[in-house]
Design a protein around this ligand. Sequence first.
Ligand code: LMR
Length: 332
Amino acid sequence: MKRRDVILGAAAAGLAVPGRAQQPLAIKFSHVVADDTPKGKGSLKFKELAEKYTQGRVKVEVYPNSQLFKDKEEIEALQLGAVHLLAPSTAKFAPLGAKEFEALDLPYIFPTEAVWSKVAAGPVGEWLFAKLEPKGVKGLGYWNNGFYMASANRALVTPADFRGLKIRISGSKIADQMYRGLGAIPQILSFSELYQALQTGVVDACENSASNYWTQKLHEVQSHITLSNHANLQYAVITNLKFWTGLPADLRGPLDQAMREATAFTNSIALKENEDALAAIRAAGKAKIIELTPAQLKQWQDSFRAVHKWAEGRVGKEIIAMLYKESGYVAS
Ligand code: LMR
């Protein structure tokens, strides 16, 4: 069977579009993480608000944990109209023909979460969303999931510790280049395959946010986790442009409002959700948590810097210059 048929088939199974006008309009929201994460909670908040503001004329069906689609397939499904809302990490946007989103993965570009919020809500966020519309996709909001940690079955204290490790990345070529620069072997795998890949030794290492480590139990299959904060994990909530602009005006307004509020809600809980997840990982005591000294952190920052120059050829100088300006990052 062709990939496209698999996608359409999966979407159709048990998910018939309502045929009669009085039945609620079903909006399918698919994502790859657990309910108990910032994105999981954000999608459920959207459901609650959308159903409330449309007085039940819309029913939002949330499918967490890759139940409906895995990483790459969900983007294809959106373009085919088989699913209506997604919130993929921006590291996964190249298949949409919008590799410029990968600029957000540049190492150490955001000194704090507050700077991330400002950048996402500003001209950089808008500029990136404008790249989606010619692809038939509309951006509705940026959802945060906090800084990345890095882990392996050995301590990652200096950049040299990455040498020879097979490390799972989620899709960004910037992450690929960054780890190659350290002598590691990056490999793209779907999020749903990560736990098993670590458990069976298909890969030795990975990077993710604390809430994803905790809910996927990654701390049980990694012996050491470093609080490296080397990049940020963020999502863009996207929809099929035709679908969204084709919604009746009296539904569109309430849905836009529900999305704005769900976005504010998600971004307001992300930091705390990740702090709580890290505390839970520490309490579980399975993986050793490594905090970098200022000198070690500087080593990481220096080693990861080379990828910034390389990225110009991948995402273009324009978005990088805009990002530096908005985030205050000083290239040296
Ligand atoms: C990943 O694949 O590691 C993340 O993008 C998962 C997610 O959506 O948080």
